[in-house]
Design a protein around this ligand. Structure first.
Ligand SMILES: [Zn+2]
Length: 178
């Protein structure tokens, strides 16, 4: 069952109670803010935070990419459940239908970014978090090297969660690490 605060959030935003089950999504526990570390790399000064083991894996990934002449940039890491709700509220206020919003943003509680293990990545030639990233050298490098550091592409084309293809979104899984 969802904690009451999450159920209240969903009710407020109009998200159906069976949202997770219907999409095959799972609830992701929110990392404790005190446990997060800020990555030294930043784009436009925006802090990107991860849990320490995920940050350590990121440092290895970033260094391995740099060794191969590839620059990986972290654009987004930890995001709280409250922040996820704010993003959806803003889109609703702008008149976007909820169904359209939920194709590009997971419901609060269902985003891998809550865990402190997920990263949105860019490269100097694509910082837009768009499908163009799939055509970059950085993405091609990731498809062959990210797994060695435990990073998995969460939303490939045609994923069962009904989320649009996100070539920029990679999640570190302890069990996937070597
Ligand atoms: Zn993401």
């Amino acid at each position: 069952m969802h904690p009451p605060s999450l159920a209240q959030l969903w009710h407020e935003l109009g998200i159906p109670a069976d949202y997770c089950a219907a999409r095959g999504l799972v609830l992701h526990p929110e990392a404790r803010a005190a446990d997060l570390v800020t990555l030294p790399q930043t784009v436009d000064g925006r802090p990107v935070r991860l849990l320490p083991p995920a940050a350590a894996a990121w440092h290895r990934l970033h260094a391995a990419a740099a060794h191969d002449g590839i620059t990986l940039l972290p654009l987004s890491g930890f995001r709280s459940i409250a922040r996820q709700a704010e993003l959806i509220r803003a889109k609703l206020a702008a008149g976007e239908p909820l169904a359209a919003i939920l194709r590009v943003i997971a419901a609060p509680g269902c985003s891998e970014h809550h865990t402190g293990r997920a990263l949105d990545l860019g490269s100097p030639d694509d910082l837009a978090l768009d499908e163009e990233f799939a055509r970059t050298h950085a993405f091609h490098w990731l498809t062959t090297h990210a797994a060695a550091q435990g990073f998995v592409l969460s939303y490939p084309p045609g994923n069962s969660a009904g989320i649009t293809y996100e070539p920029w979104h990679w999640c570190w899984h302890p069990s996937a690490a070597p």
